[in-house]
Design a protein around this ligand. Structure first.
Ligand SMILES: *[C@@H]1O[C@H](CO)[C@@H](O)[C@H](O)[C@H]1NC(C)=O
Ligand SMILES: *[C@@H]1O[C@H](CO)[C@@H](O)[C@H](O)[C@H]1NC(C)=O
Ligand SMILES: *[C@@H]1O[C@H](CO)[C@@H](O)[C@H](O)[C@H]1NC(C)=O
Ligand SMILES: *[C@@H]1O[C@H](CO)[C@@H](O)[C@H](O)[C@H]1NC(C)=O
Ligand SMILES: *[C@@H]1O[C@H](CO)[C@@H](O)[C@H](O)[C@H]1NC(C)=O
Ligand SMILES: *[C@@H]1O[C@H](CO)[C@@H](O)[C@H](O)[C@H]1NC(C)=O
Ligand SMILES: *[C@@H]1O[C@H](CO)[C@@H](O)[C@H](O)[C@H]1NC(C)=O
Ligand SMILES: *[C@@H]1O[C@H](CO)[C@@H](O)[C@H](O)[C@H]1NC(C)=O
Ligand SMILES: *[C@@H]1O[C@H](CO)[C@@H](O)[C@H](O)[C@H]1NC(C)=O
Length: 889
């Protein structure tokens, strides 16, 4: 069986119609790393409980890939390839050629001698960025709202078909960081949910879907990238903030393991491994992530046994040697500290660092091996399409090296890669729409309403065109995707106005739309006459390099944009059958509208992608019975969330203390017993469900947990190279593309070739960093994702779910566990399944509880353990509606 969630067993009074959808498919002194490539934080603050050890101690050497798990064959193939490569060829694999100098947002050098073309890295997690004839898929947050692992997988497949068709090797997604520490976080929508288990499953399924099509998935952003504010220094200096380094997310060891690292473990385990992990912009515990040996060497490559390569986020690399020794493999886009710079921390500098002995030969070999092993693991048996598009110019003819205007020719073949994905996107949009309120069975509509009225900017088009704002950095017209590098160009955008109007006209009704939130007088008179009024309202967010209405990526508030509140109030005061539809990138406060007597229905449609209008019409008119559930909490007030964005620097190096530990989203509402407007996991249907008959079975004969032990092999090296600088000079008469990053050196004097003002600065090679001898295997490690015994199934929990209404419907039963320790959350999601059940039929909800699901992280042992405490299970339809309860004995 593909997934650990078992197929639903059916018991049905009529047809056997139940369907399981799950199987388809320091805080411390800032480190002056710019001058002196730094490593780890100092002066850790040690606190009690879940806030201890906010530190990243040095961990060297960088683990070498050994073909763990199912990577053996890929490593075998990589070995025969890499053994043939020269030092420059290996370096070429690791270095981006430079920003806007090739077709893709990131492109490595090529190996002409081996007829190996460049590797193409391209955004985005919701569709291919910077091209045409591609699809715009629902945001990750919508996938989370489906709670449907099959959809996560199929969306990965569909996206990868498109990436493949354009010749892309690495798709920069999916996203599990940001996880969603704060609801205002600008890029939360690119990922899934603030719950690590929901995210973990959907992240892993997406990776498997993408990689099944021969495209490498770049699981991102690793890690602690939970807000846009102060993620990069220059960006925020330009916004007028006095900061000298990116923000530092100060995260303790327990919170790291039990919350933020959790989905990455799932991603690495999911064979995922050809995951390219994108290190993030921010610092963690006052060390830049891309040169943080604790995060990269110890957690990711050590404990999680990650066998693929780590690629920097664009301009995320802050040093050369320091980053390489701390585990970074690929530097993108190749430029050093600024776009279009003429130099690189990698390229020639990496060749020099190997020649001068600071980077051991085994390390550069490991970098090349990890890149090629990922390639063979995922793409090995498929043919690569040529790269047939150009990110920087959509014209058919133009310069291949766009920024420097070099090499004119055909640069775009305009390949239509959409297939029938529009149909799927429509379906997924509908199946991710959450029904929050539905009094007197307002929904579904019959289509026979005499006068249907639609209101709001969010129901209509962007009159300047759906792609008129670069990377969708504006909130004009209906919101169907957020802004920033996580977006893609729309091939078309079906607005709610278009779809609902078509529906009404086809049934002979009358239709009026007011598509400007400013037109309140017109809205008032139309609402008074309408039989049903639908108000569309939105709240947008994105990536901070674009400011929209004063929002620097992160949202400034959790309320509606563009004056939508006034429109809702106006319409609802006139029409006692007012339906509110929300398009948003995260939670919006809805308490006022939940309590409004004239608002008869509320739907959260998220950011559904290019078929937005058709998707919502399918739900409104009952062709799709809503079955989605909130992947986050909708609180009564912003302060209830307990976490917030740091909007104003508290130091020159902004310090973000993750003092809440694991208590984000529903965990904090539970901890302080706050009642939300709509809880995590909540969502209504046009039918009703009953829960009964909880069965908890302890699996027999499961062996006790055994920490991994033993030693790795020594670091292998492949093919020797000359250490004479003269053998590494640019080839004679080589014609260089301006600003391009090459692996060759331009002088036999390495100091001169490097041009590094701090060349050969003594004393900064960390202890053990050059040690290629056998290393101990971490207790929690030993295989991709971690110790395989963590995934042993130890309990099976089953319950019966019955459709007690009149129509077929989909329900997402949820299983929560209370681990029972003094610092543990009241309960945590550990399993779910999306089931389709016919009226009067029942389905069996089955969850296999894994050992890790009941374990806690020991900061002392550096391993998982089962705390001696009473453990309970709860099953129900949301995090606050859990009618079934039992013990895990
Ligand atoms: C490195 O890649 C560049 C760009 O593709 C290419 O021109 C150059 O020949 C490559 N160098 C080697 C040593 O293969
Ligand atoms: C930035 O802050 C530092 C100290 O916090 C101060 O010395 C410096 O003058 C400030 N720079 C600007 C431009 O305000
Ligand atoms: C090597 O890196 C240093 C910064 O560490 C930079 O100043 C220098 O220009 C780089 N050299 C090359 C050839 O890119
Ligand atoms: C080795 O080369 C790298 C890359 O140019 C440079 O950063 C480093 O300072 C050099 N170290 C020594 C000891 O020569
Ligand atoms: C490639 O082919 C080999 C042998 O036919 C097979 O075992 C392996 O699973 C294939 N890999 C991929 C990524 O399809
Ligand atoms: C579209 O958005 C931009 C940027 O937010 C704004 O300046 C412009 O007025 C908007 N255009 C329309 C037609 O709403
Ligand atoms: C919340 O932010 C949006 C977008 O910037 C803005 O339109 C709205 O007025 C803000 N709401 C409040 C209550 O300030
Ligand atoms: C809504 O208003 C209409 C027209 O004023 C009235 O006929 C109807 O009874 C009202 N419905 C409810 C549920 O109050
Ligand atoms: C912090 O972590 C280290 C191991 O990295 C461990 O030895 C130490 O006991 C931990 N401290 C606390 C307070 O948990």
């Amino acid at each position: 069986m593909r997934y650990s969630i078992a197929t639903a067993l059916l018991a049905c009074a009529g047809s056997s119609a139940a369907q399981d959808f799950s199987n388809d498919g320091n805080y411390g002194a800032p480190f002056p790393d710019t001058v002196y490539p730094g490593f780890e934080s100092k002066n850790p603050v040690v606190k009690e409980g879940a806030q201890s050890n906010q530190t990243s101690p040095p961990k060297y050497p960088s683990p070498w890939g050994e073909g763990l798990g199912d990577w053996a064959q890929a490593y075998g193939k990589a070995k025969s390839f890499v053994s043939q490569l020269t030092l420059e060829e290996k370096v070429n694999l690791t270095t981006g050629t430079g920003w806007q100098l090739d077709s893709c947002v990131g492109q490595t050098g090529s190996i002409p001698r081996m007829a190996f073309r460049a590797l193409c890295f391209q955004d985005a997690p919701t569709g291919i960025r910077f091209t045409d004839y591609n699809s715009v898929f629902p945001g990750g947050i919508n996938v989370a709202a489906t709670w449907d692992r099959g959809i996560a997988y199929q969306r990965g497949v569909a996206m990868a078909e498109e990436f493949k068709g354009k010749g892309i090797d690495v798709a920069l997604g999916p996203v599990a960081g940001p996880l969603g520490r704060t609801p205002e976080g600008g890029r939360n929508w690119e990922g899934f949910s603030p719950d690590p288990v929901l995210t973990g499953y959907l992240f892993a399924d997406t990776i498997e879907g993408i990689q099944s099509q021969g495209v490498m998935a770049s699981a991102k952003h690793f890690i602690g990238y939970e807000q846009e504010h102060f993620r990069q220094t220059a960006e925020f200096q330009n916004y007028g903030f006095n900061i000298t380094e990116p923000n530092s997310a100060n995260i303790d060891d327990e919170t790291m393991h039990e919350l933020y690292l959790w989905p990455f473990a799932d991603g690495v385990r999911a064979g995922a491994a050809s995951i390219t992990v994108v290190c993030s912009y921010n610092q963690v515990n006052n060390s830049q992530v891309c040169q943080n040996s604790y995060l990269q060497n110890y957690l990711l490559k050590g404990e999680l046994g990650f066998q693929g390569h780590i690629v920097s986020d664009w301009l995320g690399t802050h040093s050369g040697v320091a980053s390489v020794l701390a585990g970074l493999d690929v530097s993108m886009p190749g430029d050093s500290t600024a776009y279009h710079s003429d130099d690189s921390f990698y390229g020639a500098n990496l060749t020099i660092a190997v020649l001068n002995g600071t980077v051991p030969a085994w390390r550069v070999d490991d970098m090349a091996m990890r890149i090629m092993a990922g390639y063979y693991y995922v793409e090995g048996n498929t043919t690569r399409d040529e790269i047939n598009f150009n990110s920087w110019n959509y014209d058919t003819y133009g310069y291949k090296h766009s920024y420097v205007g070099d090499d004119f020719g055909q640069i775009n073949q305009h390949v239509d890669v959409r297939g029938d994905h529009g149909r799927l996107i429509r379906e997924w949009g509908a199946r991710s729409t959450v029904l929050l309120k539905n009094v007197r069975n307002t929904l579904p509509l019959t289509g026979k309403e005499k006068l249907t009225a639609v209101f709001g900017d969010d129901a209509g088009p962007n009159i300047d065109g759906p792609n008129s704002c670069s990377d969708h950095g504006c909130d004009n017209g209906t919101l169907a995707i957020g802004w920033g590098s996580g977006t893609a160009n729309y091939p078309y955008l079906v607005t709610p106005d278009f779809a609902i109007q078509s529906e009404v006209l086809s049934k002979g009704g009358a239709y009026q739309a007011v598509l400007s939130n400013g037109a309140l007088d017109s809205a008032r008179s139309i609402a008074r006459a309408a039989n049903v009024s639908m108000v569309f309202a939105n709240s947008d967010s994105g990536e901070t390099y674009i400011e929209v209405d004063g929002n620097l990526g992160d949202r400034n508030n959790l309320t509606f944009w563009k004056g939508a509140d006034e429109m809702i109030e106006t319409v609802a005061s006139e029409c006692n059958n007012t339906i509110l539809v929300v398009h948003s990138t995260g939670p919006v406060l809805l308490e006022k509208w939940e309590n409004h007597k004239n608002i008869t229905a509320i739907l959260w449609a998220g950011i559904p992608g290019q078929e937005a209008g058709n998707s919502i019409a399918d739900v409104l008119y009952g062709r799709v019975n809503p079955g989605a559930k909130l992947p986050f909490t909708v609180g009564k007030s912003r302060k209830d969330y307990g976490t917030d964005i740091l909007y104003t620097p508290n130091q020159e190096v902004p310090q973000i203390q993750y003092e809440e530990g694991v208590f984000i989203d529903y965990r904090v509402f539970d901890k302080y017993n706050e009642t939300p407007t709509y809880e995590f996991g909540y969502g209504l249907s046009y039918t009703t469900f009953n829960y009964s008959d909880l069965r908890v079975t302890k699996i027999q004969n499961v062996s006790d947990y055994v920490p991994s032990s033993g030693w790795t092999g020594a670091a292998p090296t492949y093919r020797n190279f000359s250490t004479d600088p003269a053998d590494h000079l640019y080839p004679a008469n080589f014609s260089r593309v301006e600003l391009y990053k090459y692996p060759w050196i331009n002088s036999t004097n390495l100091t001169e070739a490097s041009a590094d003002p701090h060349y050969a600065l003594p004393g900064f090679i960390p202890e053990n960093a050059q040690n290629g001898s056998a290393q101990p295997i971490p207790k929690a490690g030993g295989a991709p994702g971690g110790n395989p015994m963590l995934w042993d199934v130890i309990y099976r929990v089953e319950a019966t779910v019955t459709n007690t209404g009149n129509v077929v419907g989909e329900e997402v039963p949820q299983l929560y566990i209370s681990r029972g320790g003094p610092y543990d959350p009241v309960k945590e999601l550990r399993g779910f399944q999306r089931l389709s059940i016919e009226p009067n039929c029942s389905a069996t909800f089955v969850v296999d509880v894994k050992r890790k699901d009941i374990m806690s992280w020991s900061t002392v042992e550096q391993d998982w353990y089962v705390r001696n405490s009473t453990k309970k299970v709860y099953v129900g339809s949301s995090s606050r509606n859990l009618p079934l309860e039992g013990m895990l004995s």
